[in-house]
Design a protein around this ligand. Structure first.
Ligand SMILES: CC(=O)N[C@H]1[C@@H](OP(=O)(O)OP(=O)(O)OC[C@H]2O[C@@H](n3ccc(=O)[nH]c3=O)[C@H](O)[C@@H]2O)O[C@H](CO)[C@@H](O)[C@@H]1O[C@H](C)C(=O)N[C@@H](C)C(=O)N[C@@H](CCC(=O)O)C(=O)O
Ligand SMILES: Nc1ncnc2c1ncn2[C@@H]1O[C@H](COP(=O)(O)OP(=O)(O)OP(=O)(O)O)[C@@H](O)[C@H]1O
Length: 461
């Protein structure tokens, strides 16, 4: 690699070279290349090996192979983005038209922020080669009733884990990567855990140094595909994420005259369109009877925050600040950097539902009484700016939370709440500022029916 000269704009083809899984060691290798350049090898390590059924049971083996290929195809997005060449080639296996369409949607939409920031237009550029004809129906590996629940170290997955515990659903708390913060939260649940290793091809960092295109990728899609493979290997029938309905709404990009030119969703693979397309694809083409769904899809960010505030069990362990999760680089000293959009939003979203001393204790400071955070909060409120490219709630949620705080004696004197009431609120339609309508659960979700009915009552309590 050291002698390889990466000439981004001269690259013609991105290649899916091969993928393999060794049931004896639990190691999966995902291999890619640009043109005839060096191989880029991503590694995923699934604990619990050996997996004898993944080799011996024909339905399990077939489902595992399909899940592995889907992971290979989705995880390729990290490498494809480095040069965004016009041609894609898949060596060693072929895909059908449904799979090709799913991948095109994941690449184009999941790289939406990447494309916007780099001034690229990916529409019509990303075409996955496919064979004519329909896909073979999914094998039915006979999975037992059990949930692998993704945990990300923040409030959302902890809300799901506690909800499932209350419903008596057997679960294993599962995460990808080496984050100590996630491990601490997972251990705090007291439930069985599964920590999956993942190492990006190290050459990607060298490509970045040599001028690769860089930017955000749909990481939730990659994590989802990893957990689908893990579920099949472990013989369980559910993969549960904690993506709220607010994640389906992007940032509106405005022209100078204030008109909307486009919508870019940083968290597209946390949204409903991804969940629906991916979940249906898994059931139809990967493993019949494997349910992929988000337990929090009916809820807004504010409703999730309200739910989280009901227990203080994780106050000393959780963090939603993404600065904890860099592969390289610094992390915040006390779990909350206090200056990023996620810190801003989570502080604001929890404030209407938590006693003030508890919230200030979690963050170690009062972000709403710090004038230096004004621009950050203006972006959340969509006041003279667009919603940040981050996992934060809708502008109307931030405005409703701020309006609620402006009526409360304990908050209304704080610098940014006071400024909202004086300068911003008078320009807004009061009808849009009510908190209560934003807390009502929605009915668009993929939660299995029997569970959904009980959950609805749990979330409304
Ligand atoms: C931790 C974080 O927020 N990282 C984003 C940041 O990357 P940065 O360069 O500052 O640090 P690293 O994360 O260490 O990444 C190094 C390079 O590796 C690339 N890369 C990383 C993971 C991966 O799966 N594939 C990759 O190609 C990455 O692009 C860097 O070149 O800025 C990047 C550019 O905007 C973001 O892509 C990094 O985001 C990570 C992929 C990440 O894991 N972020 C999650 C914390 C995150 O954003 N979660 C979303 C979920 C939405 C979604 O599914 O899209 C959220 O909370 O909104
Ligand atoms: N490293 C990871 N491994 C597995 N799943 C993850 C990982 N990081 C995030 N997730 C999952 O991805 C989804 C989106 O992550 P997100 O950061 O929004 O959730 P969170 O960490 O639970 O809460 P918060 O929004 O407060 O940060 C959640 O279901 C989360 O569990």
């Amino acid at each position: 690699m050291s002698e390889y000269k990466f000439q981004r704009d001269a690259i013609e083809t991105f290649r899916f070279v091969r993928c393999g899984f060794d049931p004896a060691t639990g190691v999966a290798q995902l291999v890619y290349a640009f043109d005839d350049g060096p191989e880029l090898v991503e590694t995923v390590i699934l604990p619990g090996a050996p997996f004898p059924d993944a080799g011996a049971d024909p339905a399990r083996a077939a489902a595992a192979e399909r899940a592995l290929r889907l992971l290979h195809l989705i995880a390729g997005v990290s490498y494809y983005k480095a040069a965004v060449p016009r041609r894609i080639r898949i060596d060693g296996y072929s895909i059908d038209v449904d799979t090709a369409r799913l991948l095109e949607s994941i690449y184009v939409n999941g790289l939406g922020e990447f494309a916007y920031r780099n001034g690229l237009d990916l529409h019509g550029r990303i075409r996955f080669p496919h064979e004519p004809g329909d896909a073979m129906p999914a094998p039915a590996p006979g999975l037992r009733e059990h949930a692998l629940v993704a945990i990300g170290g923040g409030k959302d997955s902890l809300v799901s884990i506690e909800a499932l515990r209350s419903m008596g659903v057997a679960q294993t708390v599962s995460w990808i990567g080496g984050s100590q913060l996630i491990r601490a939260c997972a251990e705090r649940t007291g439930l069985p855990t599964l920590n999956i290793g993942r190492a990006l091809a190290p050459e990607l960092f060298e490509l970045n140094r040599q001028g690769a295109w860089n930017g955000h990728i749909p990481v939730t899609a990659v994590n989802s595909a990893i957990l689908v493979l893990a579920a099949i290997l472990n013989g369980v029938d559910q993969v549960v994420f904690s993506n709220e309905r607010s994640a389906s709404y992007g940032s509106l990009i405005l022209a100078d005259d204030g008109s909307v030119t486009s919508e870019v969703n940083h968290q597209w693979s946390k949204g409903w369109a991804f969940e629906k397309a991916f979940g249906e694809h898994v059931e139809r083409h990967v493993a019949a009877g494997l349910h992929y769904y988000s337990l929090l899809r009916p809820l807004s960010e504010l409703a999730v925050a309200r739910q989280f505030a009901k227990s203080d069990r994780y106050d000393g362990h959780f963090s939603s600040c993404n600065r904890n999760f860099h592969i390289l680089g610094e992390r915040p000293a006390n779990r909350w950097c206090g200056v990023c959009p996620k810190c801003h939003f989570v502080f604001l979203a929890l404030a209407p539902f938590m006693p003030k001393p508890r919230l200030v204790g979690i963050f170690g400071r009062n972000l709403l009484d710090d004038p230096d955070q004004m621009d950050g909060y203006d972006a959340l409120l969509e006041f003279r700016d667009h919603k940040p490219f981050e996992c934060v709630g809708e502008g109307r949620e931030s405005r409703a939370a701020m309006a609620a705080l402006a009526t409360r004696a304990e908050w209304r004197g704080d610098a940014l709440v006071e400024r909202f009431a004086r300068e911003i609120e008078p320009q807004l339609d009061r009808a849009g500022l009510a908190l209560a309508p934003l807390l009502v659960p929605d009915d668009e979700h993929r939660i299995p029916r029997a569970l959904a009915e009980r959950l609805d009552a749990y979330f409304r309590a």
